[in-house]
Design a protein around this ligand. Structure first.
Ligand code: PLP
Length: 398
């Protein structure tokens, strides 16, 4: 059958190829250590699961409003107010089937053919693809590890043209873990106001931040900025609820309403039970979050320390999220078993074939000098994984 232009231009994911290879190796009984996962390894907290079970038993199992139930919208509003002292109304909240779906709807309702969307790299893999699917043009600002993966005001100004409509921010960042401080956010805000840009601020790792770093939401800077920003968040990362599929957007009511209309004609509501679970996640006890973050922090310290002991690997200590994004470019031009390493995919294959460790190549995130290692896995696996990497690097090169 003849596929649409859209389908033909969809980019197959190199991550999926690596994941598939790792899975196949595992199914053959090969003991692969997985550092690829983009989700917490903890179980969803009991209070959330129990709350959801009650609503299954109560028959809360029918269609709901396409853009989310009022009770969940209220708990989102309360959460944002408690965390950032910023107030929203229910008509300014859209709930979708995960933050990914929310972002998809958002780009669909904002972007016209040819609109430019500025995305700082390294970026979360789906931003450029979702922008392209909506007919927009991603404009990438490349950042450097030496600068903690931050862009300057000048670089931002230089990326702006008459076609620029949106700036995407994601901090703490997936994949780098880098975050932005108040001074940096204010600098960005000045430029955003000057050029009247829409900011899509993906703050899904807002709670996963280390060493008393305090997250400042872009919407709390001032009223004008709040009006120009669509805040994105969800339950997947903070509450270890990736499979429940609940995310939200907060912002301009006309945008929110359009997103609801789009869901109304495509997915309908996010799962009723999941909405109840998310309501409890935002409104119930937040104690489990602190425990998870504490555990992540000790893993982060361990893995960075160990990786930096390995010849040729340069790992910066991330501020938040649960990934490290080390530079592995010093291996480019080196060979093993007659195979030359030319890029991050080659190095990823080296790690998988030789060390039996699965990571994600940086090229997927717009930075071919790096690999992404998720430490959302047990400390036992982390210890064994880095030991294997060191062993194979030592064997061939150091
Ligand atoms: C995981 C992730 C998302 C998507 O999360 P959902 O599971 O769809 O809610 C969005 N943005 C970033 C940066 C992520 O890492």
């Amino acid at each position: 059958m003849e596929l649409s232009k859209l389908a033909k231009n969809l980019k197959p994911s190199a991550t999926l190829a690596i994941t598939a290879k790792a899975k196949e190796m595992k199914s053959q009984g090969i003991d692969v250590i997985g550092f690829g996962a983009g989700e917490p390894d903890f179980d969803t907290p009991d209070n959330i699961k129990d709350f959801a079970k009650r609503f299954i038993d109560n028959g809360f199992t029918k269609y709901t409003a396409a853009g989310g139930i009022p009770e969940l919208k209220n708990s989102i509003i309360e959460r944002i107010s408690k965390d950032y002292n910023v107030n929203y109304e229910p008509k300014e909240i859209f709930v979708g089937s995960g933050a990914k779906h929310v972002l998809y709807n958002l780009f669909q309702v904002l972007i016209n053919e040819g609109d430019e969307v500025i995305i700082p790299a390294p970026y979360w893999v789906s931003y450029p693809e979702q922008v392209r699917i909506a007919g927009g043009t991603p404009v990438i600002i490349h950042t450097l590890q030496e600068n903690n993966f931050k862009f300057s005001s000048i670089e931002l100004e230089n990326a702006i043209t008459s076609k620029t409509k949106i700036l995407v921010l994601n901090y703490p960042s997936n994949p780098t873990g880098s975050t932005l401080n108040e001074r940096e956010l204010k600098q960005i805000a000045e430029i955003v106001k000057k050029h009247n840009l829409i900011v899509v601020s993906d703050e899904i790792y807002d709670k996963i931040l280390y060493e008393n770093n305090k997250h400042i939401s872009f919407v709390q800077l001032d009223d004008e900025i709040k009006k120009q920003t669509i805040l994105i968040n969800g339950v997947s990362k903070t509450y270890s609820m990736t499979g429940w599929r609940i995310g939200y957007a907060a912002g301009d009511p006309s945008v929110i309403s359009a997103m609801g209309n789009l869901s109304g004609q495509s997915t309908s509501n996010p799962t009723s039970i999941s909405q109840k679970a998310a309501q409890e996640a935002f409104s119930g006890s937040q104690d489990e979050v602190g425990k998870m973050v504490e555990e992540f922090e000790s893993r982060r310290n361990f893995i960075c320390n160990e990786l930096n002991k390995i010849y040729g690997i340069k790992c910066s200590i991330p501020d938040g999220a649960f990934y490290v994004f080390p530079d592995i470019s010093s291996f480019f031009g080196k060979s093993y078993n007659g195979k030359e390493i030319k890029n991050s995919v080659d190095f990823t294959n080296f790690l998988l074939d030789e060390a039996l460790v699965a990571v994600v190549p940086g090229v997927e995130f717009g930075s071919d000098k790096n690999i992404r290692i998720s430490y959302a896995t047990s400390i036992v696996d982390i210890r064994e994984g880095v030991r294997r990497i060191k062993e194979k690097v030592d064997k061939y090169w150091s």
